[in-house]
Ligand binder design. Structure first.
Ligand code: DHB
Length: 392
C-alpha cells in the first residue's frame, strides 16, 4: 500500500488530521488497533473548547455538537462548601461545550466513512519503520489476518499515551518530561437528573469532586481517590455518600442520586515528549503529551496539534516547502506547555494532598480567593479553561 500520510491511531487526533488532509486533497491511511465500538464505548472527558467546536462545525465534520451538545457560559468553583461562578462569557467572551469526547470520535469516524477515507480498524502487530528516510512505513496485520505494509512520505503518530510511534524514536533523540500524582479520580455515570446547570469543581476537606453532566437523564461525576482504589469496594450507597460530603455546604447543595452504571479509576500523569518530531515522523495528541483530567484539556490540545500540523502538511505536499513542518514541534509545544501548566495548576489548586500540611491547605484557600475574588484572577481561569487563541 502507498499513500501520502500514514497515520497510526484512529482516535480523535488521527481522524481529525485525516479529515483535514482529505479536504485538501491529500491521501492518508489510518491504522487503529481497536474497533469503532470499543473506542465509542470508552468514556472520556466532556468539555470542548470553542476552537474545538468551531473545527468540528466549520470543517464539515458534523453539526451534531451544536444540537446535542450544551453551551456552558461559565462554571462553578466551590471551596469549603461555598460556590463561586466564573462567567466565561462576560470575562473573556468565550464559552465551552459539554459534548462527550467519545461522541466527537463517532462524528469523525462517520465523516471518514462518508468521505471515503481509508481507516483500518482492529489491526494488530503495528510497527513503524524507516522514520528518518523519505519513504517511512507502517507494518501491521489487518482485521482479516493479512500482513500489510503502508509506505508513505510522512508518518504521524496519533496513537495515544501508550504510543508505539513515540517509542520508535531512539531514547537519546527525545526528552521525556514526566510527573506522577499521589491521587486519581473515581469516575461514575449515573441515571439521574442534573444536579446543577453547569459543572461544579468542588474542593472540600474530604478531597476534590467534580459534578458534570451528560444529558437530562445521565450524569457524570468524579471524586478524588487513591490511585490503587478498587471500584468493586464501592457500592452505590458508599459512592453517593462520598460525593455528597464533598459538595455539602451552608447553601444546602445536594446531588440528585440514581443508579450508577459505570465506575472507573482514572490515573493522573503529566507528560511531554520533546521534540514532537523525529525524521519524517510527527507526534500529535496523547502520543506526544498527556495531561491530568482536571480542566479537560486532552482532546482540545490534540486538536491544537492538528491545527498546527495540517496546514504545514498541506504546504509541504503542494509546494515541497518543509518550513512549516520544521516549525511544527516548537509551535505545538508552546501551547502544550501552557496547557500542561493549567492542568497541573488547577489539579493542585483543587485536590487535597494525602496527609497535606495545614499550611498548604490554607495556602490553597488563599489561592482560591485570589482567583474567585478578583476579576483579573477569574479572567485568568476563564481564559485558560476556554482555551487560548492559536499561536500560529
Ligand atoms: C469532564 C471531565 C473533566 O476532566 C473536566 O475537567 C470537566 C468535565 C466530564 O467528563 O464531563
Amino acid at each position: 500500500l502507498s499513500t501520502q500520510v500514514g497515520i497510526v491511531g484512529g482516535g480523535p487526533a488521527g481522524l481529525m488530521l485525516a479529515h483535514l488532509l482529505g479536504r485538501a486533497g491529500i491521501d492518508s491511511i489510518v491504522v487503529e488497533k481497536r474497533d469503532k465500538d470499543t473506542i465509542h464505548a470508552t468514556h472520556r472527558a466532556g468539555i470542548l473548547e470553542a476552537p474545538t467546536v468551531r473545527m468540528l462545525v466549520d470543517e464539515g465534520v458534523d453539526g451534531r455538537v451544536l444540537t446535542e451538545g450544551h453551551e456552558h457560559e461559565g462554571t462553578v468553583l466551590r471551596f469549603e462548601g461555598e460556590s463561586h461562578r466564573i462567567d466565561f462569557k462576560r470575562l473573556v467572551g468565550e464559552s465551552v461545550w459539554l459534548y462527550p469526547q467519545n461522541e466527537v470520535f463517532l462524528d469523525l469516524a462517520n465523516a471518514r466513512e462518508r468521505d471515503g477515507g481509508d481507516v483500518r480498524w482492529s489491526v494488530t502487530d503495528t510497527e513503524v519503520v524507516d522514520l528518518t528516510t523519505d519513504r517511512p512505513g507502517i507494518r501491521f496485520t489487518d482485521a482479516a489476518g493479512e500482513d500489510l505494509e503502508v509506505r508513505c512520505e510522512i508518518l504521524v503518530g496519533a496513537d495515544g499515551s501508550q504510543s508505539i510511534c513515540r517509542r520508535a524514536i531512539p531514547e537519546d533523540e527525545r526528552t521525556d518530561n514526566f510527573i506522577e500524582y499521589p491521587f486519581a479520580w473515581f469516575g461514575i455515570l449515573a441515571e439521574a437528573p442534573p444536579s446543577a446547570p453547569e459543572l461544579i469543581y468542588s474542593n472540600s476537606e474530604h478531597g476534590f469532586a467534580l459534578v458534570s453532566q451528560r444529558s437530562e437523564t445521565v450524569q457524570r461525576m468524579y471524586f478524588q481517590c487513591d490511585p490503587n482504589e478498587d471500584v468493586d469496594d464501592w457500592d452505590d450507597e458508599r459512592i453517593w455518600a462520598e460525593l455528597q460530603r464533598r459538595v455539602e455546604g451552608p447553601d444546602g447543595l445536594r446531588l440528585q442520586e440514581g443508579p450508577i452504571f459505570d465506575k472507573t479509576v482514572l490515573k493522573f500523569r503529566s507528560y511531554v515528549c520533546e521534540p514532537l518530531r523525529h525524521g519524517n515522523l510527527f507526534l500529535v495528541g496523547d502520543a506526544g503529551h498527556t495531561v491530568p483530567p482536571t480542566g479537560a484539556k486532552g482532546l482540545n490540545l490534540a486538536f491544537c496539534d492538528v491545527r498546527a500540523l495540517a496546514p504545514a502538511l498541506v504546504e509541504f505536499f503542494r509546494t515541497g516547502d518543509g518550513t512549516g513542518l520544521a516549525g511544527y514541534s516548537a509551535t505545538a509545544l508552546e501551547r502544550v506547555w501552557k496547557a500542561q501548566n493549567f492542568s497541573y495548576w488547577a489539579t493542585h489548586l483543587m485536590h487535597t494532598q494525602p496527609g497535606e500540611n495545614p499550611f498548604n491547605q490554607k495556602r490553597r484557600r488563599g489561592e482560591f480567593r485570589a482567583i474567585t475574588g478578583s476579576e483579573r484572577g477569574a479572567a485568568y481561569f476563564a481564559e485558560s479553561y476556554t482555551g487560548w487563541p492559536d499561536e500560529h
